[in-house]
Write a protein that binds this ligand. Structure first.
Ligand SMILES: [Zn+2]
Length: 210
């Protein structure tokens, strides 16, 4: 296992070093690649239940190692209760498949924490692209939710969370993932090598050895 980047929307070389995130209908596995597949709240529309049925069909594919990104977003013009409905289906699927859930949350932390308490999921939950403040980071990790940081983040938040709940990603950025490891290692006053080893251990636990 040599994944470093747990969330990107770009296909790159070294397919075994990242988790490529896409919608179900876009899933087309390359040899050796890893995928997280789910319905992003931005793309919810009236046809979305068909897309969900397809996700259910392919969800057990061995190269799909997580469900998502899925989640809630208060800044888009899609009814929040409809978003909740589609998100809950994916929570249930992540549980049924025993695969982690990668979550997109914009101004919906209360809803996410509420759902975490309601579902008590056995599959790990990971908030991707976390840019919130220290207080929110602590609220999430207190609920055993993992946080994935990308190119931009609040240093105080990054430094406040337990190292074993920290993941890194590039998401839409073209930045090399190793540059993000270096910046985070610097912020946490750790050798980059040690950070890589710690995060790879977390990744292997979450995605491969539960
Ligand atoms: Zn994303």
């Amino acid at each position: 296992m040599n994944i470093l980047d747990i969330h990107t929307h770009h296909l790159k070389e070294n397919v075994s070093q990242y988790i490529y995130s896409c919608m179900p209908s876009a899933f087309s596995p390359q040899k050796g690649g890893y995928y997280s597949v789910g319905i992003h709240p931005w793309y919810i529309n009236s046809e979305i239940r068909n897309e969900y049925e397809y996700l259910k069909k392919i969800g057990s594919h061995p190269q799909i190692i997580a469900i998502g990104e899925a989640g809630l977003d208060k800044t888009i013009p899609i009814d929040l209760s409809f978003q909740q409905e589609i998100f809950k289906l994916q929570i249930e699927l992540s549980e049924a498949l025993g695969k982690p859930l990668i979550i997109h949350s914009v101004r919906t932390s209360n809803e996410i924490i509420q759902l975490k308490k309601e579902f008590c999921p056995k599959s790990p939950w990971i908030i991707h692209g976390f840019r919130g403040k220290k207080e929110l980071a602590e609220q999430y990790t207190a609920q055993d939710i993992y946080l994935s940081f990308g190119e931009k983040y609040q240093k105080e938040a990054l430094n406040s969370i337990p190292l074993d709940h920290l993941l890194l990603e590039t998401d839409e950025s073209d930045k090399e993932i190793l540059r993000i490891y270096e910046s985070v290692a610097n912020s946490r006053s750790l050798p980059t090598k040690q950070l890589v080893a710690q995060i790879q251990q977390t990744i292997s636990q979450l995605f491969f050895n539960r």
